[in-house]
Design a binder for this molecule. Structure first.
Ligand code: KE4
Length: 426
């Protein structure tokens, strides 16, 4: 057996940081990233055959659990017919029809290969449709790594976006304005200052990249009203919440309709799929119909469509799964809150449906500023303890816990036991 350290040393010789996405390097929690060999249901197995109860779920896609038999079968079946054609296929039509059926605000939808691509394209469409350049995003929200969105979180209301990554020219972020999540006044301030320049407001309807921060009463509705008042588009980035909170995502769960929606993760069933879509009048801007250009060699890839269609079809045909998943989440995160209270630990748990986060702070967490109050060193100790207990959490305080239909009450009970041991240790 080769262990994680062996693989990490090998990986670092040929991959930046030894990983293909930074958070996987365990940088903020220390320790050695596990090299996963296989997964089934709620479990991951690393190269040493160590077994972990998984609460990352590939960062959201695996809502049915890993290696769901029907999803695997549909993918294997598609593989037999060829991996990629670079041509139109019936599978793409079926996927688009299904997305439009499941999400009423979507009249036209375009498949791409990642959430980043979906968001980048949706913003381009919003700019093309409105003829405006500026966008508003929220500090602490993450929308993928396209240049214009890598903006220093929290750059003030009066200052244009400042790049948050080397290699991003200021020109790419000067039209990106930052506002504060759950603070409509911070959005109004931007609109008041440049009433006819803002193409869109993009928001995670549940912010799941600063831990999990829920929209306060009236926040999403307020964004809808402001966009209508100033002629801007409202973009819901549902890469995480899409098909997770409900079959029609956070927009269905909260009853607020965006003009454009971006998807990723669950829509691909574990394969690389992103999508963006919305009202016909807006999406007709997209080439070859309109003049907003976007393209992709593997967009609508038939094998990826098979995986996504399989997963979405299972979710559509079992509407009770969402009630089951959301009730499971309420019980699980509620039990953690109760445990903290009973043991005199004042930390905060934010959760909605199958998404949640334990913050090591005594203050309510309702935006990026308050999320940053969390004790990340204590989180690192917590993460390492849970890993030792065979429980695989996202290696960052500012990610989410993802529950799946494969998590049983017995498994969730083991998590509470592990947390109890941790609370006794500290
Ligand atoms: P991808 O390009 O990673 O498929 O999607 C980007 C993206 C867009 N919008 C939201 C709301 C997202 O959460 C993401 C990506 N999520 C992270 C996890 N928080 C992906 C994990 C990673 O970066 O390794």
């Amino acid at each position: 057996m080769k262990n994680a350290k062996y693989f990490l040393e090998r990986a670092k010789k040929v991959i930046p940081g030894g990983v293909n996405s930074p958070v996987r390097a365990f940088g903020s929690v220390g320790g050695t990233p596990r090299f996963i060999k296989r997964a089934k249901g709620a479990y991951l197995y690393d190269e040493d055959e160590n077994c972990y109860l998984d609460f990352v779920g590939s960062w959201g896609p695996m809502i049915l659990g890993h290696s769901h038999d029907e999803v695997i079968r549909r993918v294997q079946d598609a593989c037999q017919r060829g991996l990629s054609f670079g041509a139109a296929t019936a599978a793409e039509v079926e996927m688009a029809e299904l997305v439009c059926e499941l999400v009423p605000s979507i009249e036209l939808v375009r498949m791409v290969n990642s959430g980043t691509e979906a968001v980048m394209s949706a913003i381009r469409v919003a700019r093309g449709f409105t003829g405006r350049d500026k966008i508003i995003k929220f500090s602490g929200c993450y929308h993928g790594h396209s240049d214009g969105l890598l903006v220093q979180a929290g750059s003030g209301v009066m200052t244009a976006g400042v790049p948050d990554s080397l290699g991003v020219p200021v020109g790419c972020t000067k039209d990106t304005l930052s506002a504060r999540y759950n603070d409509l006044d911070s959005v109004k301030a931007h609109f008041s200052r440049c009433p006819e320049e803002i193409a869109a407001v993009i928001v995670e309807p549940v912010a799941a990249n600063m831990g999990v921060v829920l929209p306060e009463e009236g926040f999403l509705e307020g964004l809808r009203k402001l966009c209508d008042a100033y002629g801007a588009l409202l973009i819901f980035d549902e890469v995480i919440t899409g098909f997770r909170l409900a079959i029609d995502g956070a927009q269905g769960y909260y009853g607020v309709t965006p003009d454009l929606t971006t998807f990723g993760k669950i829509i691909g069933g574990g394969m690389p799929v992103g999508a963006y879509g919305g009202k016909r009048q807006i999406m007709e801007m997209v080439a070859p119909l309109g003049s907003v250009y976007q393209a992709g060699t593997l967009s609508g890839n038939p094998v990826a469509m098979a995986a996504g269609m399989a997963q979405l079809t299972i979710l559509k045909e079992h509407p009770q799964y969402y009630r089951e998943l959301n009730e499971k989440g309420d019980r699980f995160f509620g039990n953690i809150e109760r445990l903290l209270r009973e043991t005199g630990h004042p930390w905060k748990v934010n959760h909605v449906g199958s998404l949640g986060c334990l913050y090591f702070t005594k203050q309510d967490v309702k935006d990026y500023e308050s999320a940053k109050n969390s004790d990340t060193e204590l989180f690192a100790k917590f993460h390492n303890h849970m890993l030792e207990q065979g429980i695989y959490l996202a290696p960052s305080q500012f990610e989410a816990v993802f529950l799946s239909l494969a998590h049983t009450e017995e498994m969730l009970g083991k998590v509470l036991e592990a947390i109890t041991i941790f609370l006794q240790k500290i």
